[in-house]
Design a protein around this ligand. Sequence first.
Ligand code: FAD
Length: 282
Amino acid sequence: MIPFDLRFPTTVQEALELLDQYGEEARPMAGGTALVLLMQQRLVTPQVVVSLSRVDGLSSISANGSLRIGALVNHRVVEESPEVKAGWPLLAETYHRVATVRIRNVATVGGGLAHADPNQDPPATLIALNATVTAASSGGKREMPIEDLFKGYYETCLTPDELITELTVPRPVRPLKTAYIKFLPRTADDYATVAVAVALDVADGRCVDARIALNAAGSTPIRARDAENVLRGQPLSDEVFRAAAATVPAIVDPVSDHRGSANYKSRMAEVFVRRALEKATA
Ligand SMILES: Cc1cc2nc3c(=O)[nH]c(=O)nc-3n(C[C@H](O)[C@H](O)[C@H](O)COP(=O)(O)OP(=O)(O)OC[C@H]3O[C@@H](n4cnc5c(N)ncnc54)[C@H](O)[C@@H]3O)c2cc1C
């Protein structure tokens, strides 16, 4: 690694002031599980690293109405939270599927989102659950739908002076039918070859609303709006699930790599959307 200056602010305000002062020369660091690797490979070479480890006020979960998760909450805490398990079981299950327990004990919710690797697990589930993310800078705060955060491979809409401070997930009117499935042909702690999250609002055997998203299927997490449109208002049936899944290859754009060819992944995306719908409604 190149030498860098390591700062330890203790409040969000102090952290934001440092980011404001150093601009593109600074990088925030939360768990460091992604940033340190990028620095070792010299893919990023910040002169100032702003550690968030001593920053107060971003490490709690509350579930009064919507679920609010501070940016510094680690993956393991989300996975084990009784509130998350009770009200948003898909979220607990998804964070449980990330890497190994060693990584989950350190990696934070905010760091994971800011890292914006399209192969990561939480984004598809957060899109399916209609989550929003709050970002703060010295100039103020803004809240955006989670799907607006991602702009490309390892790229978000955050400016260098912004920090993710909170994730908000609305409480559904009634329990949703949900599933997160991740295709892992290599090892259980690998990144997905393709992964799908679905959340269906079902009443009287019909789909009232549907949200479907995929990871590892393009340069960002992808929301399958056409598939959602096929499902809305329809009775739940294998035929409808197949018709919804059939819209998926046209909207994904995976890369060929050691996990499979682009064509293979596109076909798997269709298969996995159908299977996720079956699992959610089984
Ligand atoms: C061996 C290994 C296996 C993995 N497997 C998986 C997997 O199976 N599934 C999966 O989903 N992920 C996986 N990951 C990725 C892991 O989820 C991320 O490394 C982790 O979530 C990043 O969180 P962090 O707190 O460590 O972020 P950091 O490494 O601290 O930061 C990551 C990026 O976010 C920025 N950042 C950090 N916090 C904030 C903030 N609050 N606001 C704005 N920017 C911020 C940093 O500047 C940096 O650019 C794996 C990682 C490793 C090392």
